[in-house]
Ligand binder design. Structure first.
Ligand code: FRU
Length: 519
């Protein structure tokens, strides 16, 4: 697309007089192209979006030889969901992205639904060699003809490999590697290497539960366990599982985490991602967890999974920043939807309960200008209004002990998004009822709620990242998180801080920082 723009603009300069042409070309190819590229209304400036057309789930997240791969559910013909391909982008820092050609196209076995990818270091599959180990993608085939015919076996699992670090892919001739007999929703395989048993372990979802399979070579799989029929949230089908191990805080204790997306049935409607903390013995997952836990309470973080082979041994998560309730209706024209910021996952024991935290990766700091910080105090029930040129590409960050306050971002059209922290109600709410364009779908303009029982007595951090069409809120470094899309008709430029308590309100180290664009 960028190249097309350059060609178009350069050919326009053809009409400029000869001596001027060179000069114009230089100006055109730099400033003008840069200012047009990725600058459409609502185009995220520092989140991943495809250049054009429809995108949903992140897929095949794997690191190899200095490159982070991001594949994604992609329909290259339209801005609504259609026959699925795997789109592809790469990054060296998980912040700046390079678009790549489509990696996987539908074939006679079906459309290419979600799945993962691994680096097969030991060449267990035999697709590569020890010197040049293959990347192996494991995905779901969705056979439309089967679905239309009313059969139940239309989702199966296939694999493909790449010997050139993701540039080209060969589908395995023995596909499907896991067939199906009668499970209608049977999809989204995610694979990991399980060192104790020296096996590959594949987790997939089968309607209302997860299933675990093991394999020595990524081709031949056997079912080893099932989890979840009677546990967790079941307001909709289970989708996009991910299974991995994490250390608990700074201790030596390790626990297994199972992510499960469900749609519908999320706490604020539509799509959401729950998690379970427990144990995995190489065959199945078990947990004592009684309550339902959500990774993100906002409406727009779905189908998120983590990187395989992450070089710093971190668990890095990316989610699809949308919700099936209105994903097809959002007011963008050239492309649809963005990914969340990449987030580091960590486990902590808070008030005796294992809690999964998610917080932006450290690299994000490289595109945030650290401006001055100041301490702000607001008298009992008072407020402070701060005006800016544009808040739509910014980070708001401060520390506070306060638990009753409100923060709203608004513009001259009186559109506003309001974040309220209320200790009295043990609740954080995010109100986007009057945040801008909301009428494209009746459920979009909602008030989203997040319980906050365990906020610390000491000062905790509030960090808010606003892009052209999204807000991500991290409270106490990823303990309480909300992600939501927003479509203001004009950038927000005013920030109102309101003290909702009888005490003086103190915000320490308050900073309003600019986030640079990544394109
Ligand atoms: C989740 C999901 C997956 C499926 C894919 C299809 O958003 O429904 O379960 O594989 O999207 O695009």
């Amino acid at each position: 697309m960028r190249n097309l723009l350059i060609i178009l603009l350069i050919s326009m300069t053809f009409f400029a007089c000869k001596e001027q042409q060179k000069k114009v070309e230089t100006v055109v190819s730099n400033d003008l192209v840069d200012s047009l590229y990725y600058n459409e209304p609502y185009r995220s400036q520092y989140h991943f979006t495809p250049e054009e057309k429809w995108m949903n789930d992140p897929n095949g997240m794997v690191y190899h030889n200095g490159i982070y791969h991001l594949f994604y559910q992609y329909y290259p013909e339209d801005i609504v969901w259609g026959p699925m391909h795997w789109g592809h982008a790469t990054s060296k820092d998980l912040i700046h992205w390079q678009h790549k050609p489509i990696a996987l196209y539908p074939d006679e076995l079906g459309l290419i639904f979600s799945g993962g990818a691994v680096l097969d270091k030991q060449n267990t599959s035999g697709f590569g060699s020890l010197e040049n180990p293959p990347l192996v993608a494991i995905y779901t085939y969705h056979l439309m003809e089967g679905e239309k015919a009313g059969r139940k076996d239309f989702q199966t699992q296939g694999i493909a490999y790449s010997l050139d670090n993701g540039d080209s892919w060969v589908k395995y001739e023995g596909n499907p590697v896991i067939g199906n007999t009668d499970i209608k929703d049977f999809r989204d395989p995610k694979v990991m290497w399980h060192e104790p048993s020296k096996n590959w372990v594949l987790t997939l979802v089968a309607g209302d539960h997860a299933q675990f399979y093991s394999s020595k070579d990524l081709k031949s799989w056997s079912l080893t366990g099932k989890f979840g029929k009677e546990i967790g949230a079941h307001g909709g089908v289970w989708e996009c599982p991910d299974l991995f191990k994490l250390k608990v805080g700074d201790t030596e204790e390790e626990k297994w985490v199972l992510l499960i997306s469900i749609n519908p049935g999320a706490p604020n409607g539509g799509s959401g991602t729950q998690y379970f903390i427990g144990d995995f013995d190489g065959k199945t997952f078990t947990t004592n967890q009684k309550d339902i836990k959500w990774i993100d309470w906002g409406t727009d973080n779905y189908a998120g999974v983590t990187y395989d082979n992450e070089p710093n041994d971190e668990r890095i998560f990316i989610g699809w920043m949308s919700n099936w309730t209105y994903a097809r209706d959002t007011p963008t024209e050239k492309w649809r939807s963005a990914m969340t910021l990449p987030r580091t996952l960590s486990l902590s024991k808070i008030d005796g309960a294992y809690t999964l935290l998610n917080y932006p990766i450290d690299n994000l700091q490289n595109i945030i200008s650290e401006g001055e910080t100041k301490d702000i105090s607001i008298a009992s029930n008072g407020n402070e209004i701060l005006n800016f040129k544009d808040l739509n590409q910014s980070e708001i960050r401060f520390k506070t002990k306060a638990k009753n306050f409100q923060l709203s971002l608004s513009n001259s059209l009186k559109e506003e998004v309001i974040l309220t922290v209320s200790d009295d109600e043990n609740m954080v709410t995010l109100n986007r009822v009057n945040s801008g364009k909301t009428e494209f779908q009746e459920d979009f303009g909602s008030i989203q709620k997040m319980p906050i029982n365990e906020l610390p007595e000491d000062a905790y951090e509030v960090r808010i990242l606003v892009d052209q069409s999204s807000i991500e809120i991290f409270i106490n470094e990823g303990q309480h998180v909300m992600t939501a899309q927003l479509f203001p008709n004009e950038p927000y430029n005013s920030l109102i801080l309101e003290n909702l308590s009888e005490d003086e309100l103190l915000f320490n180290d308050f900073g309003l920082n600019k986030v640079s664009r990544i394109w």
